[in-house]
Design a protein around this ligand. Structure first.
Ligand code: NAD
Ligand code: UDP
Length: 326
């Protein structure tokens, strides 16, 4: 029997948050989705609005809020470089002040709270693949720092609320994740390449395309996150959740061209500052502690994502967020 919980999902209208809301609503929990819609839109959760166990609140987490809940998935933060560099000061405020506000709710209610952290805490890694014990190589004054250092500070806050106030926490370090409902104009590599291929535009490779990433399909990722939240209390993380299959950006472009059958070329663009040269999760800990590993290959996940991109009307999405850094 499922015990019904009151669950808050910050950033619940976003790419990952909306999928978490969907699963929680289906399980019968009372779900509060809290979002300021900076990088998302209401349509991501419109299908849940009629459900009696779903509530949507427009709110900015840098401001306090008083809610009574049992669990919090703390997902709110712009995640794509173009989005988080648009207003870097707001980004770091969201990570730091937003986390303090949500940890305050957790402390007051005795709720369990999970932080969506990131592989970016490893920066441009000198250890490969990256285990959780690696402390990272982050440039604290570069254009990615507002996000990387914000998430590192959020992890610190979570650990200190746990040690000092006994707040029950979980920390997940998410590696590049893609899938249906990612913002088509977020500027991330998967959305850019699929959109470009489907529109018959050349595919923009930043640098020479030899940099690597490991791409996890959304459903695998959300299963891992929920496994951590519902896992044993003596395992709080941080834990890497991601797909260890590593690809160069050029290989990704070639796969997208093959799957879309697009007649387009690869064109090179300048590599953004501090762009990590390689990234791949070591998921030994997730396998051992949560019995979790991804099940969906990049080819399968891309096929599902391409089908979704074919089904949407781009006019229903806000145009790209200008990125003043690039
Ligand atoms: P997303 O941009 O789709 O979702 C983030 C959501 O947070 C959006 O709905 C946005 O409107 C909301 N938000 C942003 N600032 C807010 C604020 N101040 N107050 C209230 N709401 C706010 O991104 P996503 O890919 O779904 O990422 C969700 C979380 O996972 C983020 O914390 C991100 O850092 C983390 N993450 C994602 C990835 C990935 O590859 N998708 C990788 C690493 C970490
Ligand atoms: N990238 C690219 N072309 C694009 C968008 C991104 O070559 O149109 C590269 C980017 O420089 C980086 C990788 O793809 O090396 C992943 O970028 P993304 O913004 O998706 O996420 P990151 O992992 O860098 O946060």
């Amino acid at each position: 029997m499922t015990v019904i919980k009151r669950v808050l999902v910050t950033g619940g209208a976003g790419f990952l948050g909306s999928h978490i809301c969907e699963r929680l609503v289906a399980l019968g929990h009372d779900v509060i989705c809290l979002d300021n819609f900076f990088t998302s839109q209401k349509s991501n959760v419109a299908h849940l609005l009629g459900e009696p166990n779903f509530e949507l609140i427009r709110h900015d987490i840098t401001l306090p809020i008083f809610l009574e809940v049992d669990e919090i998935y703390h997902m709110a933060c712009p995640a794509a470089p173009g989005h988080y560099q648009f207003n870097p000061i707001k980004t770091i405020k969201t990570s730091v002040m937003g986390s303090i506000n949500m940890l305050g709710v957790a402390k007051r209610c005795g709720a369990k709270i999970l932080l969506a952290s990131t592989s970016e805490v490893y920066g441009d890694p000198e250890v490969h693949p990256q285990p959780e014990s690696y402390r990272g190589n982050v440039n604290p004054i570069g254009p990615r720092a507002c996000y990387d250092e914000g998430k590192r500070a959020a992890e610190t806050l979570f650990m200190d609320y746990h040690r000092m106030n006994r707040v029950s926490i979980r920390i997940v370090r998410i590696f590049n994740t893609y899938g249906p409902r990612m913002h088509p104009y977020d500027g991330r590599v998967v959305s850019n390449f699929i959109r470009q291929a489907l529109n018959g535009q050349d595919i923009t490779i930043f640098g020479d395309g030899s940099q690597t990433r490991a791409f996890c399909y959304r459903d695998d990722l959300v299963t891992g996150i929920m496994g951590l939240m519902n896992g044993p209390d003596d395992f709080i993380g941080p834990v890497n959740i991601g797909n260890p299959g590593e690809f160069t950006i050029r290989e990704l472009a070639e796969l997208v061209i093959e799957l879309t059958r697009a007649k387009v070329n690869l064109v090179q663009r300048e590599l953004p500052a501090d762009d990590p040269t390689r990234r791949r999760p070591d998921i030994t800990l997730a396998k051992k502690k949560l019995g979790w590993e991804p099940t969906i290959t990049l080819r399968e996940g891309l096929e599902k994502t391409i089908d979704w991109f074919r089904s949407i009307d781009l006019d229903h999405y806000r145009p790209p967020t200008p990125n003043f850094v690039r």
